[in-house]
Design a protein around this ligand. Structure first.
Ligand code: FPP
Length: 259
């Protein structure tokens, strides 16, 4: 079935709780193609994409996920036509204005990753308000990647460490992988166990490059506006079958030949 033709149903039971990932990160791709396939303007795909965001956040909360990261706007997305950039920013602002109270009620904590320098004055205060309002919430942490690019994030961490060395607060040989991790925007957030990309594209697009060292990847054919609770739970079930080794040996028993 074509991704666009796939139907949403809501009957799938929760995946096994014992095998849930702690952190799922999603590259929400295919809004434009979803709209094109229907002869609609791209903006309609983004609009429908916000509904998929709501459904996914609710599903994540329902199943008890601790962290959900959504790639909302990359540092490269500024290269899109101005009308599309305005649309995307408008949708993010509307999402925070309309949904913040509801997220707060769901005990969701919002965190934003990405470069905050030089952000427009109509967006930064909203992002800060979302973080401030929800900072003591203890259920799901919703990490919104906005104006985010992984190489840029790593470069900013390097600058911060270099300044500490330059000003005598740190010795160069004290720099470790763990210290670099503490200077990234994701400091304090565990690395993603599972990274999902929708729309059939199979690449990372400058998303969480450092943090994805041992992540499992899942590429689903459906366009983001068609992503649903069921597709999310189905990805979690598949994740539970993966054998993660982190460079070591399998913890799962291997079936004997001929058994
Ligand atoms: C990729 O589709 C999607 C984006 C660039 C933006 C994702 C944004 C949203 C779903 C809305 C706002 C977000 C939140 C968190 C409320 P594309 O336009 O690249 O699709 P295409 O590859 O088919 O052209």
């Amino acid at each position: 079935m074509s991704p666009a033709g796939r139907k949403k149903t809501s009957h799938m039971p929760h995946p096994e709780l014992s095998t849930l990932p702690e952190h799922v990160a999603i590259i929400m791709d295919g809004n434009g193609r979803w709209a094109n396939a229907r002869g609609l303007p791209r903006t309609m795909g983004h609009r429908k994409g916000v509904e998929a965001v709501r459904e996914t956040v609710r599903a994540a909360g329902e199943v008890g996920l601790k962290y959900l990261t959504l790639f909302a706007f990359s540092s490269e997305n500024w290269r899109r036509p101005e009308t599309e950039v305005t649309d995307l920013l408008g949708l993010l602002k509307a999402f925070i204005r309309r949904d913040l109270a509801d997220l707060h009620r769901q005990n969701v904590r919002v965190r934003v990753i990405g470069d905050r320098q030089n952000l427009r004055s109509d967006i930064l205060p909203l992002l800060l308000e979302a973080e401030e309002t929800t900072k003591n919430n203890t259920a799901l942490t919703l990490v919104i990647a906005f104006n985010y690019g992984s190489r840029d994030e790593i470069a900013r961490a390097a600058i911060s460490l270099a300044k500490d060395v330059e000003e005598g607060r740190l010795k160069a040989d004290q720099i470790s992988a763990s210290l670099i991790g503490q200077r990234l925007d994701t400091a304090g957030i565990p690395d993603p166990d599972l990274i999902i990309r929708t729309s059939g594209e199979e690449r990372l697009s400058n998303f969480l490059l450092w943090q994805a060292a041992y992540s499992e990847f899942m590429f689903v054919p459906d366009y983001w506006p068609d992503f649903s609770r069921d597709l999310f739970f189905s990805a979690l079930k598949k994740y539970a079958e993966r054998d993660r080794r982190f460079g070591g040996l399998s913890a799962k028993p291997i079936a004997a030949v001929g058994s």
